[in-house]
Design a protein around this ligand. Structure first.
Ligand code: HEC
Length: 392
């Protein structure tokens, strides 16, 4: 019953998280596009302090958008802020982290072959990881280094590569990926909460006092917003990566993650340039080539069947191993605590069910992705036997 209720909580918060995330990233994409597409306004608008304008058509209506150089003369009655999208995405994301990875730490976060942890130790390590990573970013962004985009990018990227490596040393592969994602998401929400919002409040206060706002506020908000812009594509990859074991079950999964995130941030650069009117397709071509390189690099190695191990091996023996090592989770009614239904819809209770999924089973056992976190302690010999048996 408890596991069943948890599945509903999982469904609800995931749904909420995705919707809030669409609203946040959607608004962010829209405003980046807007900023980069502004045109030189006519004189009468310039006289009012408008720095750029544009026309658009959407949903059957014409829109005229104008951006003030600094601020309007008088505060409008209604000012839309766009902040709850970010906060809601972060709060629901953290809730998902608890529901999936902390309550289910034994299955999803802890990998005893990397580091033996109790549930509470793993949770403490996870929360500490996010807090420390976030604090380091906040320190970095306040140093003068932030004025040098390339150098800052290099230092920040190196730090995140280190964090990815560290996570892969202490957490399960999936747990490591999600912690890097949670760290980046926290940095992004922090940029809104600690950087962009205070700057905007200072802007509004200056306009209310009838003063010209200090351009430094706008500039600092813009810098943090630019960082968020480059984080978006990698972050969304990390969020969906848990459906793709080929990415996180690689031995050097931290390097796979770093490479893919680098390529995606690089691809984001193409769109940023294009919005500004610079068209550099070579960036996308290079990104695609690099991604193909990653695909070749992490391709599964051909399975080596140990003939000796499988000589005379029967279906009954094969099923006995599957029963012992897989079926506690992969059953119509799992007996493993925390599972209310067969994970990924995969049931492995009968020979027919196993036969239907042979190539997939070989893949997940060979890459050591299954049994999840090797919770059921499958031995190396059993792996060899089952792979040989399934490949016959
Ligand atoms: C502790 C519980 C547990 C055990 C034991 C376990 N699995 Fe899984 N399995 C899962 C979960 C959870 C998922 C879904 C993972 C995901 O969504 O990434 C899964 C997914 C799978 C998938 C689908 C993967 C995909 O890419 O869609 C296969 C196939 C699979 N398991 C096979 C096995 C085999 C074979 C064994 C035994 C050697 C095994 N599992 C043992 C929990 C378990």
């Amino acid at each position: 019953m408890e596991a069943y209720l948890l599945e509903w909580a999982n469904l609800f918060f995931r749904w909420f998280h995705v919707i809030a995330g669409i609203a946040w990233i959607g608004a962010s994409f829209y405003f980046v596009w807007l900023d980069n597409s502004l045109e030189n306004p006519p004189q009468w608008k310039k006289d009012k302090g408008i720095g750029g304008d544009l026309w658009a058509i959407h949903g059957g209506g014409f829109y005229e958008v104008a951006k003030y150089k600094l601020g309007p003369e008088k505060m409008p009655e209604n000012l839309h802020w766009f902040k709850w999208e970010a906060y809601t995405t972060w709060l629901t994301g953290m809730t998902m982290l608890w529901i999936v990875y902390y309550i289910g730490a034994e299955s999803f976060l802890i990998d005893n072959s990397r580091l033996e942890l109790t549930q509470w130790q793993a949770i403490g390590l996870g929360m500490g990881y996010i807090a420390v990573g976030f604090a380091v970013y906040e320190m970095l962004v306040k140093t003068p280094l932030r004025h040098n985009g390339k150098a800052f990018g290099l230092v920040l990227f190196s730090f995140l590569v280190f964090m990815a490596w560290f996570a892969s040393e202490v957490f399960s592969p999936r747990g490591a990926f999600i912690h890097v994602g949670a760290l980046i998401g926290t940095i992004m929400a922090g940029n809104v909460f600690l950087g962009i919002m205070p700057s905007q409040r200072a802007l509004v206060e200056a306009v209310q006092r009838g003063e010209a706002p200090d351009p430094k506020y706008g500039a600092f908000a813009k810098l943090r917003s630019t960082h968020n812009n480059y984080f978006t594509l990698p972050l969304i990859f990390i969020m969906i990566s848990n459906h793709y074991p080929m990415t996180y079950s690689h031995e050097l999964n931290w390097l796979v993650l770093s490479a893919i995130c680098f390529i995606l941030a690089f691809a984001r650069h193409f769109f940023n340039l294009r919005h500004r009117g610079e068209f550099k397709p070579s960036i996308l071509v290079i990104a695609v080539i690099m991604m193909a390189g990653v695909a070749v690099w992490i391709a599964p190695k051909p399975v080596e069947v140990n003939e000796e191990a499988v000589a005379g091996f029967t279906d009954q023996q094969g099923m006995a191993i599957i029963q012992a090592r897989c079926a506690s989770c992969h059953a119509a009614s799992p007996t493993q605590a925390g599972f209310a239904s067969p994970p990924a819809g995969v049931m492995l209770e009968t020979l027919d069910q196993v036969n239907l999924l042979k190539p997939k089973l070989v893949e997940v056992i060979n890459s050591k992705y299954m049994p999840l976190g090797n919770l059921t302690q499958m031995t190396e010999e059993e792996r060899q036997q089952v792979i040989g048996w399934l490949s016959k």
